[in-house]
Design a protein around this ligand. Sequence first.
Ligand code: HDE
Length: 703
Amino acid sequence: MAARKTPSKPLPSDPSRQPASRSGDRRGNGDELQQQAGGSHPAMTTAQGIPISDNQNSLRASTRGPTLLEDFILREKITHFDHERIPERIVHARGSAAHGYFELTKSLARYSTAKILTEAGERTPVFTRFSTVAGGAGSVDTPRDVRGFAVKFYTREGNWDLVGNNIPVFFIQDAMKFPDMVHSVKMEPDRAFPQAASAHDTFWDFVSLTPETMHMIMWAMSDRTLPRSLRMIEGFGVHSFRLLDGDGNSTFVKFHWRPKLGIQSTVWDEAVKLQAADNDFHRRDLFEAIQSGNFPEWELGVQLFTEEQAESFPFDHLDPTKLIPEETIPLQIVGRMVLDRWPDNFFAETEQVAYCPANIVPGIDFSNDPLLQGRLFSYLDTQLIRLGGPNFHQIPVNAPKCPFANHQRDGHMQMQVHKGRVNYEPSSLQDDSPRATPAGFRSHATPDDGIKGRIRAESFADHYTQARLFFRSQTPHEQAHLASALVFELSKVETAHVREAVVGQLRHVDESLARRVADGLGLDALPPAPPAKVPAQDMPPSPALRIIGRMKETLQGRCVGILIHDGSDAATVKALRKAAEGAGATVKIVAPKVGGATLSDGRKLAADGQLAGTPSTVFDAVAVVLSDEGGKQLAKEAAAVDFVRDAFGHLKAIAFDAGAQAVLKAGGVGKDAGVVDAGDAKAFIAAARTRQWEREKKVRMLA
Ligand code: HDE
């Protein structure tokens, strides 16, 4: 092969990769900086502030020769890139967050000195992060999973973090079991799957041998773990906390968040299909709502109770697998939280935010819940490594918005330039050095029995009563979903004895549930129930634990999709859009081409989504408005047929006109109260406000 001739002069860099200057000059190399600096662009520099003359080419020994180690610009750029990722959170890695404020509406001055709970009308900035638990940072938004609900309140008295979940109880009672529980639910260590799913052997093996998980399992298998939107989940502080008044008197408190849009879930088949439709379904939903000014809002509720009331409960409130029924201690609404600003930068804020249950302000205190006690250690510990050192509290999203000062010094990434000689206390050399204050944080003077040991309290021994309470409090539809979820998950378990052991546990919860699950698994006989230390007691059902019935019948914050094609009736589309928007919904037009379709009036209506990439799973209700010809064409298009089949299967309202009938027929869509004439916008809106629960038995065999 002939040797290539070395050009005597260096070639100009590839002009196609150079930004055009205002004058149209497309020369590369050294001209670029001058062109950009001449416009409104700031000069690009290294991290040391040294101006960069060429951001396209590395420094080479000759035109086609090796790259020189001397190229500090290239090395700095690549080194920084190599370190762009930090370790993801071991749990709750996948999350989305927003800024906003908390406003106290009712003072709790009788119970607490914490300013955030006593100054009614005051607004406190917050940063709130929602997360899934099991999956990695790049996993999907809609697996069956608990959702984290973590709020950082930047109060006048320091940061208070309420780091909760969307379920009011937890899997385990003692922090000692957390690594085991998390290991079991995460992908299995030898095969590295399944990602973001509890439906596998190790998780159910752990569950079957850990009866304290049973109550949480009921919640996890219910529709609570399939939220329609992060804007529609409840939040719970889970543990009991204390409120302390000026004399140090304590009142126990449980914190609850109530979504203004109402609580709402998807159905399982929909959640599965959403994973394919949009990996970022919840993140996008939150982003779009905030960007469009539809700010998500929650009420803060508290359950307040005394030590004496706690003594009278038939369970131990320090056990995090127990909730306090609202029928026993009603919820008082004391404030609201509004999220009104999407972060400017995902990494700087959402990824680097560090919540910690130990961040607490004077007037609030911990309880002796052994799970909470373990959490008080864990978060700072994990953040030291995740964020690279002891100064992560100085990162803007983590820094208090009130003054803060102490004698902690130095360490990795120290951002503060501390002045003066005094970095210790007591001291007499500097008048402005920080000192402890009488207004500072005080712990409750809790008496103790003084017997040390690795102990599980007898009062924690009842694992089944509240699991039964939850199951029996659900509507029949929800019970069927729960039983079917158990069948689904256990059907993914390969080890027969694990499946059977779980069914054995379920017999303590509710014999009929165990039978349904056993039947769904095809077991020939009910496996034996393991011995129970404390058998389940019957408690009066708590309707507050349901979703169906408590879900708001509304289109506020929901989304309606209208499928059109060339020739669709313009007046019908217009009327449906007007009615849906009037009811508070966002409307999106779906068409075979994203450019849109030419309607009956000759005008082109642009689409918000192309049919193939915008299935009905992303909507709360759909309308299909087609000409006869359009209907004939789309009846042969799988995406259109799936659009209506899935909307029907996911119990959504469907409006259709004469032309759309061919597609409905191809999709096997039957007639019911939720399938309405597109000409009757009012009827469509009425049906679209809720799901068609009665349809479910026609479309799905549930356990
Ligand atoms: Fe967490 N948890 N957790 N957890 N947790 C973390 O902290 C831990 C528990 C919760 O958006 C970690 O910074 C232990 C209950 C949320 O950044 C880690 C125990 C509840 C988030 C940790 C629990 C939660 C976390 C991982 C049992 C509901 C995400 C990264 C003793 C009340 C916060 C990090 C965010 C994150 C430990 C149990 C909620 C490892 C040891 C119960 C919402 O420190």
